[in-house]
Design a binder for this molecule. Structure first.
Ligand SMILES: [Fe+2]
Ligand SMILES: [Fe+2]
Length: 248
């Protein structure tokens, strides 16, 4: 395994480990502010590679914040390894995540964020967004970094392939192809379509992100509002049984 490092925006590093067997990239994001923040730890088995990649940018011992969308091995599997390595590091999650999984998993207390609460790490402002079951899991949340208009969107826009770090090309069609592929196989039903899925995606679009930092596949630079509204329409058609949806 090899982890590739790209600075996709000022002080925002994408750490990408591609697994050919499943044709999928696993991306962590490091924001090197006064208080460095890592979004997604990666799988526990990837920890040495991700730690060494972080070590090429900052001293990993100085990591201050660790956040992730939901409790799954690729999002936070090496959380305990990171907490052991970086003594000042704190886990950032929502109340559901803390109470249901994280406090028990880490044997301590996470920093619990309320929805819309902002974590300031120096120059950067991370708005915490509770998004239950979007992309998936009860405890799901996302972060929106306001100064760079970056949405850390986790498993939304998942695209297969060993793709470029950053693109201005459409993500929705490749994401649709990946979704259809998974729906036809043993990993089907990974994205629930609940009564608030569309509202959640429209809320994210309303943030007007300029950068979508995706966990699997290329990140996107451009009109993030439009991309999210198109994703919402694709989800409605693919998962929600809606035949046609007008994008405004
Ligand atoms: Fe996930
Ligand atoms: Fe993921």
């Amino acid at each position: 395994m090899k982890t590739r490092i790209d600075e996709i925006a000022p002080d925002l590093y994408r750490l990408c480990t591609y697994i050919p067997k499943i044709d999928l990239q696993f991306n962590q994001f490091l924001v090197t502010d006064d208080e460095p923040l890592l979004y997604h730890t990666g799988l526990r088995g990837m920890f040495p590679e991700v730690r060494d990649a972080v070590g090429k940018i900052i001293d990993p011992v100085g990591l201050r914040w660790i956040s992730f969308s939901h409790f799954e091995a690729d999002e936070c599997g090496s959380l305990n390894e990171w907490l052991a390595l970086a003594p000042r590091a704190e886990t950032v999650c929502g109340v559901i995540g803390a109470l249901v999984n994280i406090n028990d998993y880490i044997g301590g207390r996470a920093r619990v964020m309320a929805s819309d609460e902002v974590l300031t790490t120096g120059r950067r402002r991370f708005r915490f967004l509770e998004t239950p079951h979007v992309p998936h899991a009860w405890d799901a949340s996302l972060l929106f970094e306001e100064t760079g208009a970056t949405l850390f969107c986790s498993d939304l826009f998942l695209q297969n392939g060993d793709l470029s770090p950053l693109t201005e090309a459409d993500l929705v069609e490749p994401a649709r192809q990946s979704l259809l592929t998974y729906e036809a196989g043993p990993l089907h039903q990974s994205y629930p379509y609940v009564s608030w899925t569309d509202d959640t995606l429209q809320m994210l679009a309303g943030l007007r992100p300029k950068l979508l930092a995706t966990m699997h596949g290329s990140s996107y630079s451009g009109d993030g509002e439009r991309a999210l509204r198109e994703l919402a329409a694709m989800f409605a058609a693919t998962l929600g049984g809606v035949k046609e949806m007008v994008i405004t």
